[in-house]
Design a protein. Structure first.
Ligand code: FES
Length: 394
């Protein structure tokens, strides 16, 4: 260590042998074996021209009350993390998670309704406690050293360094043959330029272009069920052939039955592009459901006449993350989303979510039948389809 110190003093006196600092004598193996850990730490730092100015022991007097208090605080947070995690596991496994109808069992429903908040609370508390414990440990027990690293201000690289580095760079460029590869140079310039431009457009475009300001049937403010010029919008099946139009009538579904339907206008007949668009547009799929006798749906305020008798039409796009809610379980009267198991109660409410991560009811399409008995939409949806959190203000 003493040799290193003397070298550092030489350096401070301006006796550098190169721009990177004084050349340091490497300790012999025997000297290395003799060194304490602290000396090795300082030697390693000195190799990078780093000097430890202060390296205080956080608790120079061992066993004080303050130290024990700090230790207990850290331990308390880690314990809380552990208990919270256990509580999370306990709730996750044992808490009643199946939906309980509040009309049938108020207490059961109350317990069920605590399921999601509790697992979220305990998991969150566990993560938070681990974090606080780790921060507290590093503040209280990790050494907070003050170190100085020499930057050799005022001493540029030596001529030798400059010339050898320049030669190395030039040699690497030369060996890569980039100098004579004009095509690569041009395409690289184009690629990098276009990428830079694209990044700029991405950043600035979002502030300039407002997709919600657009109007018309293909705008984001409407779905394919939008009415225009008094033309009927029928409910059709997807038969696999866009030109084979199969409309839906009331007698086609038996109680408890359901069907996925899409919009169809007579003016689109024969127009492959329009027909395919209607079948593929992501916010068009609708689940037409015929409830069973004894089902007890609840109409949403202002949507009392959206159903036609026992027939209810709901957007098939899950309000959680937009998967298709493709399974209707007639016995429970619930629509199930396969992605994260959200369940929407159709038979006892208005497709309100009763299980899983979805928080918003499925939008209902107002339907009726025309004079020939075919189902038609009375209007477009009156609320956003799918997750649509960016469209809603409530
Ligand atoms: S997308 Fe339906 S539950 Fe997540």
């Amino acid at each position: 260590m003493s040799e290193n110190n003397s070298e550092r003093h030489d350096h401070e006196a301006g006796n550098e042998t190169s721009s990177a600092g004084p050349e340091r004598r490497q300790p012999t193996e025997a000297e290395l074996a003799e060194m304490s850990r602290d000396e090795k730490v300082r030697l390693g730092l000195a190799q990078d021209d780093v000097e430890l100015v202060e390296y205080p022991d956080p608790w120079p007097v061992k066993g004080t009350r303050a130290e024990r208090r700090a230790e207990r605080a850290v331990a308390a947070w880690f314990s809380l993390a552990g208990f919270s995690a256990l509580a999370f596991i306990g709730v996750f496994v044992f808490w009643p998670w199946r939906y309980v109808n509040p009309l049938a069992d108020e207490r059961g429903h109350f317990l069920y309704s605590l399921y999601n908040p509790l697992i979220g609370f305990f998991l969150g508390l566990s993560i938070l406690s681990v974090g606080i414990g780790a921060i507290l440990y590093s503040k209280k027990f990790m050494p907070h050293e003050v170190a100085v690293q020499q930057r050799h201000d005022g001493h540029g690289s030596s001529e030798l360094d400059r010339q050898t580095i320049a030669a190395e760079l030039a040699d690497a460029g030369n060996r890569s043959t980039i100098a004579r590869r004009s095509m690569i140079k041009r395409t690289a310039g184009f690629g990098a330029g276009a990428f830079g431009l694209g990044t700029g457009v991405l950043v600035l475009g979002g502030m300039v272009k407002n997709p919600w300001a657009e109007t018309g049937p293909d705008s984001l403010n409407h779905t394919g069920w939008m009415q225009s010029e008094g033309e009927k919008v029928y409910l059709r099946r997807n038969t696999g052939d866009p030109h084979e139009i199969s409309l839906v009538r009331a007698q086609d579904l038996s109680p408890g039955g359901f069907e996925t339907v899409f919009p169809f206008r007579e003016s689109e007949r024969g127009n492959e592009e329009a027909l395919l668009h209607a079948l593929r547009r992501s916010d068009n799929p609708v689940m037409l459901i015929r409830l069973r006798p004894g089902d007890n749906p609840v109409a949403r305020q202002g949507q009392e006449d959206f159903n036609y008798g026992d027939y209810y039409a709901y957007s098939k796009i899950c309000t959680h993350l937009g998967c298709p809610t493709s399974l209707y379980e007639a016995q429970t009267g619930r629509l199930l989303c396969p992605c994260h198991q959200s369940q929407f109660d159709v038979a006892n409410s208005y497709a309100k979510p009763v299980f899983g991560p979805a928080t918003r009811a499925l939008p209902q399409l107002p339907i009726t039948i025309d004079e020939e008995g075919y189902f038609v939409a009375k209007s477009d949806f009156i609320e956003p389809i799918g997750p649509a959190y960016w469209e809603r203000n409530s």
